[in-house]
Structures are given as C-alpha cells and as structure tokens.
Design a protein around this ligand. Structure first.
Ligand code: IPE
Ligand code: IPE
Ligand code: MG
Length: 245
C-alpha cells in the first residue's frame, strides 16, 4: 500500500459528515462508459473515503446512495444499483466488521428483493456492537418519506399531540440516536439537497465540490474539513460570547 502523506488536520473536526455521492453518471459519460460503470467506480470509492474518515477522527459517516426518487431511473440502471449493493455486502462485510465499522441503513427495505433485505438485516446485526465508526447507508431513502413514516408511527403509537417534541420526532426517524450531521458534502457541483436529511440537516454546513464522486478522495475530504473548520456556526445566535444587553 502506498504510504499516506502526513496531513495537517484542522482543530475542529466534525463528529458526523454526510455525503451526497453524486456524479457517477457524468464520471462514466466523460469516459464513454455506461452509467453503471460509474456506479461501480463510485462504490469502489467508498472504502478509501471511509478509511480517511477513521484516520481524521470522524465518528459518523452517512452516505446517500439511492433515493426514493431514483426508482424513476431506467430499469437496468436500478437493477444494476441493486446488484452493486448486494455485491458490496457480500464482498466487504467481513472486513468492515473486522475494522469495527457499525453499519446502519437509512430508508426502508420494502421494495428490495427479499434475499437482499435479508442480507442488509444480517449485516446490520453482525456489526451492531462495533464502535470505531458508524457508517449509515441511505438506500431507498427520502427525507419526506422518512417524515411521513415518522408521523404515521407517532399516530399509530397514540402519542398525544402535546407530547410531540423535536426530540421525540428525532426518535422516530431512521437516524434515531445518531447526532445530526455537522456537514453535508455534495459532489459533482449541484447545489441542492435532493430530499436528503431534511430534518437532521437543519444546521448542517453545506459544502459543494465540482469533483465527481468516483474522483473524490482523501485530499478532497481534507479540503472540506478545513473549510468546515473555518466556518462560524451560529445556530441563529449572534457571534461571540453569550451576553445579555
Ligand atoms: C449518484 O450519481 C448515484 C445515484 C444517484 C444512484 P448519479 O447517477 O446521479 O450521477 P449523475 O448525477 O447522473 O452524474
Ligand atoms: C441524489 O442524487 C441522490 C443520490 C446521490 C443517491 P440525484 O442525482 O438523484 O439527485 P438530482 O436528481 O440531481 O437532484
Ligand atoms: Mg445525480
């Protein structure tokens, strides 16, 4: 393995970063390859980015890999993406587990093939006690769908209206127990959130890079971390120490 260049880390490292892994199709097109070749390249890129997150001290990495709207793509592309998910679980799960990665799925499994649902659930169960880093995979995920399901469940559970708080809503989301993302990175240049973490991302710092996801590497992540450290997160307050006037 090539020796990694020693890097200077910024003082403030986000606890949780979330990535909209966009640009696989454009990456493939720029090489005259089919779109699914771009998705394969994208998946291969996940491992080095995950390793870089561990190296930099990030505790939670959430990746947006398939949205509730991505079902509208051509059937062969959707099929290809499902096959890729299955291959990745088969190929990587043992190593992920050995490396202390806790896997979590954000989204719902209903539309997936039963055998694939089974694999996802087994992978989550296998890694549930790991603590080195949490890898949340948003697959068949949509922020609106997540909120609709949460509302339905609150009603089904008979929760009285006055008991509904922000904390309780959070407990009904796929991310229950996971801190909100500090930063959302979107690769491939588009400046939108595309139905990703609508609730959890309320105060996330947004970082958009033109780099296509399959080309996004350790140095790009480091650039994002430096940018993050230079931001002032105000959460609606005024800058500086808390004082009353
Ligand atoms: C992101 O890459 C992966 C998925 C949405 C599944 P795209 O496939 O959206 O790539 P572009 O945006 O067409 O380049
Ligand atoms: C967002 O990318 C979803 C994923 C990266 C999985 P899209 O390519 O689906 O988003 P739009 O269509 O550009 O908004
Ligand atoms: Mg896209």
């Amino acid at each position: 393995m090539a020796r990694k260049k020693k890097v200077k880390l910024p003082k403030t490292i986000p606890t949780h970063i979330a990535i909209i892994m966009d640009g696989n199709g454009r990456w493939a097109r720029s090489r005259a390859l089919p779109r699914n070749a771009g998705h394969r390249a994208g998946v291969e890129n996940l491992r080095p980015v995950l390793e870089a997150c561990v190296e930099f001290g990030i505790r939670y990495l959430t990746v947006y890999a398939f949205s509730t709207e991505n079902w509208e793509r051509p059937a062969d592309e959707v099929q290809g993406l499902m096959n890729i998910l299955e291959d990745v679980i088969d190929r990587e799960i043992t190593e992920l587990h050995e490396n202390g990665v806790k896997l979590r799925h954000l989204g719902h499994l209903e539309r997936l093939r039963p055998a694939l649902q089974e694999k996802v659930l087994k992978a989550i169960d296998l890694t549930k006690d790991n603590t080195r880093i949490s890898l949340n995979i948003a697959w068949n995920y949509g922020g609106r769908d997540e909120l609709v399901r949460a509302i339905r469940k609150l009603i089904e559970d008979g929760v009285p209206a006055e008991d509904i708080t922000e904390a309780l809503v959070g407990d009904y989301l796929y991310t229950a127990g996971c801190p909100d993302p500090d930063m959302i990175i979107r690769t491939a240049g588009d400046q939108r959130v595309s139905n990703f973490l609508l609730w959890q991302g309320a105060y996330a710092e947004l970082y958009v890079t033109p780099t296509y996801w399959p080309d996004f590497g350790r140095e790009d992540l480091l650039d994002a971390l430096h940018q993050y450290a230079s931001r002032e997160r105000r959460f609606g307050r005024v800058p500086g120490p808390v004082t009353s006037s």
